[in-house]
Write a protein that binds this ligand. Structure first.
Ligand SMILES: C[C@@H](O)CC(=O)SCCNC(=O)CCNC(=O)[C@H](O)C(C)(C)COP(=O)(O)OP(=O)(O)OC[C@H]1O[C@@H](n2cnc3c(N)ncnc32)[C@H](O)[C@@H]1OP(=O)(O)O
Length: 157
């Protein structure tokens, strides 16, 4: 299921604010990611090939798992209007077909002069961290997102 959109403006953010999304990784997700990106590495697509790797079975593309972080940033925290500036990624353990990935994004630092938020990102399968890193995003202020509503004394639409 897709997460419901939620807009948080820069003024709404505080350090420690956290959002979690869960996603079961299906074979069709991995095949679809291979098709749209062109990354047809057989470690993702061929059981025969993957069986001869240390992982023993097909694994998800690292950037597909990382894309789930983007989904949290773009839909929930901060949500629509957020602009990615940078993202660090450490792929610490494989994600296998059928795994449920829990993505946790937490506001780590706010830089008001530039409307930047630094967010700690962690993806886990069960108790194991499979990916972690840090995102830097630009977050809209209320007045620039909806200047008319602000002039009329309103808040969010
Ligand atoms: C291009 C695409 O088509 C391919 C893909 O997308 S593949 C999918 C994405 N990648 C993965 O799923 C890989 C997940 N990671 C792993 O399985 C393992 O990290 C590894 C096999 C890459 C490395 O394991 P290994 O060589 O056994 O390393 P150690 O566990 O012995 O660790 C040694 C020290 O290095 C540190 N470390 C290991 N991996 C990472 C990492 N990804 N990021 C940061 N640091 C890492 C580990 O902590 C150890 O440090 P220490 O100080 O010695 O404890």
């Amino acid at each position: 299921m897709l997460p419901e959109l939620r807009v948080l403006y820069f003024e709404d953010l505080e350090v420690g604010l956290t959002e979690i999304l869960k996603k079961e990784i299906s074979s069709s997700d991995v095949v679809g990611f291979a098709e749209i990106t062109g990354d047809r590495n057989p470690i993702h697509l061929s059981e025969h090939f993957a069986a001869r790797t240390p992982f023993g079975t097909r694994i998800a593309h690292g950037l597909y798992t990382a894309g789930l972080i983007s989904a949290v940033l773009g839909t929930r925290l901060p949500g629509p209007g957020a602009v990615y500036i940078s993202q660090t990624l450490n792929f610490r353990a494989p994600v296998r077909i059928g795994d449920t990935v829990e993505v946790k994004v937490e506001v780590a630092e706010l830089i008001p002069e530039r409307r930047r938020a630094r967010l700690k990102c962690t993806c886990s399968v069960g108790d194991e961290v499979v990916l972690d890193g840090e995102a830097l995003v630009k977050v809209p202020k209320k007045e620039e997102a909806d200047p008319l509503a602000m002039r009329m004394g309103g808040g969010r639409a």
